[in-house]
Design a protein around this ligand. Structure first.
Ligand SMILES: NC(=O)C1=CN([C@@H]2O[C@H](COP(=O)(O)OP(=O)(O)OC[C@H]3O[C@@H](n4cnc5c(N)ncnc54)[C@H](OP(=O)(O)O)[C@@H]3O)[C@@H](O)[C@H]2O)C=CC1
Ligand SMILES: O=C1O[C@H](COP(=O)(O)O)[C@@H](O)[C@H](O)[C@H]1O
Length: 483
């Protein structure tokens, strides 16, 4: 299979926070890889912006370092890196002050797409949008890319939406949720809506339950001060897991169109049942496996913040009324796994002997590692041993389907190019983000008020025992992380 790269139109990408961690680890390497793939035309430019007093050469040195560290070796081609650096320049701009704005104004072009990427602290998003308007830099061709977190609750998200709306229209605002840029997430929509096979079964009549897991092996070292104020519910559930749930549960939109798709996702969020505390299990990792405890890493010995959370979520609509969605995510778990498992029901009646080895079908959508989709089906065990049944996977690993096992593009590559193309489909709309906070806020308030202490769990496991009970009590079990 040959992947097609269609060049985008000329653009100026103004990267605020160009000297920061995210720019270095994700944004600059992604831009480089798109340049290497031939997607950036002659007239595409990257303008780094931050307070540090750098000149173009000093910034290009940082660009080279980012590529050296975060781009795979086969893709590091010296002549391409030189050419990419030629496209990069730098302006020292203070988002909260007056320095650099005139120079920025004079440098950007009005006639091409101007994408302002806000890779700065969330407290600066609002003021930065205002400065762009006050200095006459924003125009109809402008787009804002806003990083996460988008607020910390409904009130702050509303305030931020209002601040951005004072300077930009909704069609110019691209709220990043990098999970939406992952190849498999888009494939979930392809599988659901481009095949006749699944949609008739995609409802409470045939699906017993859905499991969404985002398990990480890393802890919070280095990000403790942010994470301890956030926790897994705000950091992962309100955005990433919520988006996965929406794409799994939503009705088919009429077209693959940004607003039609986001309308459908919004309907799902609004149909979520309020969460009782009894359907939530929070955990915090202990010391072990050669790692310090969460509290040590977060440098807060009394912390009540969850580094793990598991939830049972109900959706009150015709499609899903009796099909629960179980969500779990955590740090320092046994394996890095992100997947959605659609667990189908048993056949209504079995013509085979009891205990014959058959299992209900499951469709697994793997986001990472080994992006792909597999469907477990029951067949007869080969051989003369009678009618014994076994379960086998029908496996579609995407890397195998790509020519020579090519690297699957990083989510940021796809999303940044979508910004330039003006395609908001894989970005969150303001009302969606607010609806998600409106659902998570009451439960966060409930446990904060009770000062509930999360259950401890050993690092390198699948979380606290209590999370297993969340499913056991419904006669169900989580998929084993370690297979
Ligand atoms: N790092 C990550 O893994 C992730 C980060 N994010 C989000 O991305 C954003 C950036 O995070 P991260 O890169 O880690 O943060 P860093 O603290 O590493 O970088 C912040 C950047 O902002 C610049 N900056 C700070 N103040 C100003 C100002 N007044 N005017 C202009 N520039 C300023 C800094 O440069 P200087 O000091 O020179 O001004 C620096 O380039 C945040 O919103 C974060 O939540 C989201 C997901 C993951
Ligand atoms: O947004 C975030 O996502 C990462 C996980 O993303 P992945 O693409 O590496 O799976 C998570 O580690 C981080 O805490 C969170 O802020």
């Amino acid at each position: 299979m040959v992947s097609r790269t269609i060049p985008v139109d000329d653009f100026d990408l103004i990267l605020f926070g160009a000297t920061g961690d995210l720019a270095k680890r994700k944004i600059i390497p992604s831009l480089y890889r798109r340049f290497l793939a031939g997607q950036m035309p002659e007239g595409a430019r990257v303008i780094g912006a931050a307070r540090s007093e750098l000149d173009d050469e000093a910034f290009r040195k940082e660009v080279r370092e980012a590529i050296a560290e975060f781009v795979s070796k086969p893709k590091r081609k010296p002549e391409v890196i030189d050419a990419f650096c030629e496209r990069c320049s730098y302006i020292a701009v203070d988002a909260m002050g007056d320095a650099g704005w005139k120079e920025l104004h004079d440098s950007v072009r009005d006639e091409v797409c101007k994408a302002f990427y806000f890779s700065v602290a969330p407290g600066i998003f609002g003021p930065l949008a205002k400065k762009l308007r006050e200095h006459g830099i924003a125009c109809e061709n402008s787009r804002l890319v806003v990083e996460k977190p988008f607020g910390t609750d409904l009130e702050t998200a509303r305030k931020l939406n209002a601040e951005l709306a004072a300077s930009f229209d909704e069609h110019q605002i691209y709220r990043i949720d990098h999970f939406l840029g992952k190849e498999t997430v888009q494939n979930l929509m392809a599988v659901r809506f481009a095949n006749v096979l699944f949609e008739p079964l995609w409802n409470e009549r045939y699906i017993d339950h859905v499991q969404i897991t985002v398990a990480e092996t890393v802890g919070v070292a280095g990000r403790g001060s942010y994470y301890d104020k956030s926790g897994a519910m705000r950091d992962m559930v309100q955005n990433h897991l919520m988006q996965l749930l929406c794409l799994t549960a939503m009705e088919p939109p009429n077209r693959y169109d940004a607003d039609m798709l986001r309308d459908e996702k919004l309907k799902v969020i609004r149909a979520l049942d309020p969460l009782p505390l009894s359907d939530v299990v929070r955990g915090q990792y202990k010391e072990g496996d050669g790692h310090p405890s969460y509290r040590e890493e977060a440098e807060n010995e009394d912390s009540l913040t969850e580094s793990f959370i598991a939830l049972k979520v109900g959706i009150s609509n015709w499609r899903w009324k009796h099909t629960p969605f179980y969500l779990r995510t955590g740090k320092r778990m046994s394996r890095r796994v992100s997947e959605i498992v659609i667990q189908f029901k048993e056949t209504p009646h079995s013509i085979f002997e009891r205990d014959n080895g058959s299992q209900a079908n499951a469709l697994t959508i793997r986001l990472q590692p080994d992006e792909g989709i597999d469907m477990s089906v029951t067949i007869k065990e080969p051989g003369p041993g009678g009618m014994r049944l076994i379960n086998v996977p029908l496996d579609m690993t995407f890397a195998d389907a790509l020519d020579g096992g090519d690297e699957i593009p990083d989510a940021y590559e796809r999303l940044i190019m979508d910004v330039i193309r003006g395609n908001q489909t894989l970005f969150m709309r303001g009302d969606e983000v607010e609806a998600a906070w409106a659902w998570t806020d009451p439960i966060i308030e409930a446990w904060t008020e009770k000062r509930d202490r999360p259950h401890g769990y050993a690092p390198g496991t699948s979380g606290p025992e209590e999370a297993l009970m969340l499913m056991h009590r419904d006669n169900r079990r989580w998929r084993d992380l370690d297979i």
